[in-house]
Design a protein around this ligand. Structure first.
Ligand SMILES: Cc1cc2nc3c(=O)[nH]c(=O)nc-3n(C[C@H](O)[C@H](O)[C@H](O)COP(=O)(O)OP(=O)(O)OC[C@H]3O[C@@H](n4cnc5c(N)ncnc54)[C@H](O)[C@@H]3O)c2cc1C
Ligand code: SF4
Length: 547
């Protein structure tokens, strides 16, 4: 198929913290060395930040390296953390404060960090990148990779204006080839092209499978009397029904509370609904009292990659690099992946710039791994490596205690590295072997149904387009998943996209693709690995404000 072609020196897929940091670092090196490399970023959201969802307590280490005068340049980090609180929720009424977070659990010590909106931070990074000459194209998806003679040559952008029946509508715009000497994949957790590249170049050979969580976030305008700007609270325990879970409440500026919940996707009970666990958690008196007289103003969900260094694939292949959460650089015990994603982007930029200087174009950049291994990032991830496996093997309470000993007493230096070899999609047991779970009905004050939540994510997709949630075998949801697992997609999807309905006595699997918030959980957790998330038309998806 003939397509228009645009050529760049470096192409970045994804304008998250990793992709933007890579582009900024490259542009800085460009300027320092009087080079003129052309750099382009593709972003599927309607604007930079529209698809970004994160807590976010931000560790500024990478930003200090990348843009040391960020304060003068008015980076949106206006809320320094002033207070750390860690609570264990014993049951639906009671909680205990864990009184020594700072020194016993260094990962919960946020002194020197900032509460911020990651979406707004990426918007600010984008202005920095553009001022250095980087071209950013929001609303454009990278939908396919171009691989020739086993070398990555660039990507194909998604078509616009294709109808459900694949015919071209009057608004049709064909795809384009964006070719580059190097392409950096910075799509975030479970990137759709990253997943293909990992397979194509066997990047995960001899590694543990990646492990994931689904993270929720809501923003509430709360009563000023309940708000303590700068306070960071984490909880674990109730209402967890067999899954490893954790929560966060960050008192941001303007009397806003950023709160959310993470459910690890290695849970076994197919009756579990991560969304309902989150809604139920807000009913605990410790949380409810913060929300009293408040208003929920935003909702969203996004998977996070938490397998750590044991699951980190090889990050280089001929013609390209994989960075940030697309590879899996998040520090799980800290639940922080922003500074690590940024650092991986900066290392990628340095590696690629050296390649241009040395004319080693489109070779595989194995130096990236060397740079990574020598960086503080690799050391940080190495120390974090046993936290996830301890929680996986021993659960939220005992696992957390053992992990605290590993992180505090031994500073992450256990003399062995634990492995978790079972992928999350294989962890579900049959529905009839597990207890059903009854969740409280949403009260419409503190807890809500999925559809009213999706409404607050400002999600919109062009309805007349091919479904972007592809089933390898359309029969599996009913003939296999429903029979064995009571089709868990009905519960793990945070946006109510998947439903099983009965028509004339026949069960049907319905996909409401227009509600998809691009969290990628279905691609990860479907027990038959039958669902593949592909990019819908550019601009579609959530439109998060200050998530
Ligand atoms: C609930 C939750 C809470 C968190 N809390 C914190 C925290 O407090 N502190 C912290 O440091 N970290 C936190 N994290 C982790 C942090 O958000 C991530 O580690 C970080 O966002 C990773 O950055 P990234 O650039 O790799 O990917 P992302 O931030 O996911 O950005 C990827 C970008 O690429 C775009 N994209 C993807 N695919 C394509 C494509 N094919 N074509 C075009 N564009 C594409 C996406 O739209 C997106 O804008 C949290 C994560 C979650 C889910
Ligand atoms: S359809 Fe998949 S990617 Fe979309 S919101 Fe549901 S689980 Fe997430």
């Amino acid at each position: 198929m003939e397509r228009d072609v645009m050529e760049y020196d470096v192409l970045v897929v994804g304008a998250g913290p990793s992709g933007l940091s890579a582009a900024i670092k490259l542009a800085q090196l460009n300027n320092e060395h009087n080079k003129n490399l052309s750099i382009c970023i593709l972003e599927k959201g309607s604007e930079v930040g529209a698809h970004i969802l994160s807590g976010n307590v931000f560790e500024p280490r990478s930003l200090d390296e990348l843009i040391p005068d960020w304060k003068d340049k008015q980076a949106p980090l206006s809320t320094p953390v002033t207070n750390d609180v860690v609570k264990y929720l014993l049951n639906e009424n009671t909680s205990v404060n864990i009184p020594f977070p700072g020194f016993l659990m260094p990962n919960f010590n946020n002194h020197g960090n900032y509460i911020m909106s990651l979406a707004n931070f990426t918007r600010w990074l984008a202005t920095q990148a553009e001022s250095l000459g980087v071209e950013i194209f929001p609303g454009f998806t990278a939908s396919e990779v171009i691989i020739e003679n086993n070398i990555l040559k660039g990507v194909v952008t998604g078509e616009m204006g294709v109808a459900k029946d694949e015919s071209h509508k009057p608004s049709y715009q064909p795809s384009m080839e964006l070719r580059a000497k190097y392409t950096i994949f910075a799509e975030g957790c479970r990137g759709h092209l990253g997943k293909q590249l990992i397979q194509q170049f066997s990047l995960d050979e001899n590694k543990n499978p990646q492990h994931y969580g689904i993270g929720f976030k809501e923003i509430w305008d709360i009563d000023p009397s309940n708000h303590k700007e700068g306070t960071v609270m984490h909880t674990t325990g109730w209402p967890s029904t067999g899954a490893v879970t954790g929560s966060y409440c960050y008192h941001a500026k303007n009397n806003q509370l950023f709160l959310g919940y993470v459910v690890n996707l290695d849970y076994q009970n197919p009756h579990l609904s991560p969304y309902d666990e989150f809604q139920q958690w807000k009913l605990h008196p410790s949380i409810k009292k913060l929300l009293k007289n408040g208003t929920r103003v935003a909702y969203g969900a996004r998977a996070l990659a938490k397998g750590g260094i044991q699951s980190l694939p090889k990050m280089s292949f001929p013609g390209g690099l994989l960075i940030g959460c697309n590879a899996g650089t998040m520090n799980y015990p800290k639940i922080k992946g922003t500074h690590t994603a940024m650092k991986s982007g900066m290392l990628a930029a340095e590696t690629i710039f050296d390649a241009f200087q040395n004319n080693t174009l489109q070779d595989e950049l194995e130096e990236f791994q060397t740079k990574f291994n020598e960086s503080w990032l690799a050391k940080e991830l190495y120390k974090a490596r046993n936290f996830g496996p301890l929680l996986h093997k021993f659960g939220s309470l005992w696992g957390a205690m053992l992990a605290a000993i590993d992180q505090f007493a031994l500073r992450g230096n256990l003399p062995f590295t634990l492995q978790v070899k079972t992928p999350d999609y294989k962890s579900l047991k049959a529905a009839d072997q597990c207890s059903p779970i009854t969740y409280p009905k949403p009260d419409g004050i503190y807890s809500f149904d999925k559809l009213s939540s999706v409404y607050l994510s400002n999600t919109s997709h062009e309805e007349d387009q091919p479904c972007h949630l592809k089933l390898k075998d359309p029969n599996i949801p009913i003939s296999h998943n429903l029979l064995i697992y009571d089709e868990p997609a009905q519960r793990y999807c945070p946006a109510g996209v998947y439903e099983v309905v009965e028509e004339d006595g026949i069960k049907k699997f319905v996909i409401n693709a227009q509600n998809c918030v691009h969290c990628k959980t279905c691609d990860i957790k479907d027990p038959s690995q039958n669902i593949t998330w592909v990019t819908p038309e550019g601009m579609g998806g959530p439109n998060y404000p200050n998530m």
